[in-house]
Structures are given as C-alpha cells and as structure tokens.
Design a binder for this molecule. Structure first.
Ligand SMILES: [Zn+2]
Length: 92
C-alpha cells in the first residue's frame, strides 16, 4: 500500500511589515534622540522632529524665531542658560 502523505508542515507566511512604526522620538534627521537631548521640537513639515543643541544652532530656530519651533522651556538646558544670562545682567 502506498500512502500518499500530505505534508503536514504548515507554511507560515511571515508578514513583512515594511512600514515600520515610526519612532516618535526622532530628531529632524529621523534618528532616535535621547530624552535629555530633546531641547525642542520643530513642526516644520520638511524636518519634523526633536532637536538637540547642535541642531538648534544649525537650524537657528531660536534666532529666526521659527514659528514651527516648540521650545521646551522647562528643560534644564534652557533653565541653566536663562540663569547664566541673568547672572551676566546682574554683573553690570
Ligand atoms: Zn524649523
């Protein structure tokens, strides 16, 4: 008797999810940015994302008063900066 066995192995189709979940914590270059480095967020469509100190300087967000830029005023970096500025003022 010849048994025509059916392969019982189930072929699982692994769904290839090419559309990865967008990392919500990305900088303007699309790279992950640590919380301590997130000094602000730019909502400009061409480069939406968080910005670190260097990127803010390069982008001149604070200088240009970019309307899309959301500065995280309560970040220790800005608080320190403010303090230093005020200390300078009081020096005069
Ligand atoms: Zn911007």
């Amino acid at each position: 008797m010849i048994k025509i066995g059916r392969s019982s192995s189930t072929i699982r189709k692994y769904e290839d999810r090419s559309n990865k979940k967008k990392n919500p914590y990305t900088d303007i270059n699309g790279k992950y940015i640590a919380e301590s480095h997130r000094l602000g967020y730019c909502h400009n469509k061409i480069h939406t994302g968080f910005l670190n100190h260097k990127q803010i300087k390069e982008h001149e967000c604070t200088k240009k008063n970019c309307p899309y830029f959301n500065k995280y005023e309560d970040h220790p970096f800005w608080i320190e900066k403010k303090k230093r500025k005020e200390a300078k003022k009081n020096d005069k």
